[in-house]
Design a protein around this ligand. Structure first.
Ligand SMILES: [Zn+2]
Length: 109
């Protein structure tokens, strides 16, 4: 089978290490392109990965909503995420700004 992404490489079946957000999720069956390294998971494996991520307390990445409050900006968390993290409006997280990487890290104590 020819890769549907690059249309050059050949697809082979392999067991791959799945890492999401820097955390090892597990070994899963994938079809890999030998040219562009694209990993394709069938719907059964994708569901297994999602299930394992939930078990590990990992949430998928999603677009966040930013609200303007006075002269500041606030990022909203879904209630399910806040509940899983055990945080509320009275929590005092520490925010680490990595401007070069355009990344915010929120640490909860
Ligand atoms: Zn490819």
């Amino acid at each position: 089978m020819v890769c549907p992404i690059c249309e050059k490489g050949k697809i082979t079946k392999k067991i791959v290490d799945v890492v999401r957000h820097g955390i090892f999720v597990g070994h899963f069956k994938a079809e890999i392109c030998n040219a562009c390294d694209e990993q394709i998971f069938n719907s059964k494996e994708a569901a297994r990965i999602e299930s394992k991520m939930k078990e590990l307390g990992l949430f998928g990445s999603e677009k966040a909503t930013i609200y303007k409050i006075g002269g500041n900006l606030a990022i909203a968390l879904k209630s399910s995420v806040a509940k899983a993290l055990g945080i509320s409006s009275s929590s005092k997280p520490v925010i680490i700004t990595q401007a070069k990487e355009k990344r915010l890290i929120v640490e909860l104590s």
